[in-house]
Write a protein that binds this ligand. Sequence first.
Ligand code: CU
Length: 97
Amino acid sequence: MEQETRTGEGIVAVRLIRKTDGSLVPDAVIFATRLDMQPDGMEGMKTSIEPLPSTEPGLYRFKVNLTMEGGWRLSLAAKIQGETGTLESRLTLKALP
Ligand SMILES: [Cu+2]
């Protein structure tokens, strides 16, 4: 899935949904994040990503600064209450001018 956004500073919001019943997952701990331009062949080009307080249960927000137009990959890892192991997910953002 690719999400279009604007180049520059902004907020990315990710909804965490349980596949089995479609419910939102609150109280996950997101502990590893990386935002880089791997989709455009620039895996070494990273930018800042900073967690923000959640405004609604199951919605995780991050302050980002997309410093270049093009494709960005957001890598997330999360621990979910009551489940063993780590959830890993990758999303693609397309920064428009
Ligand atoms: Cu780049």
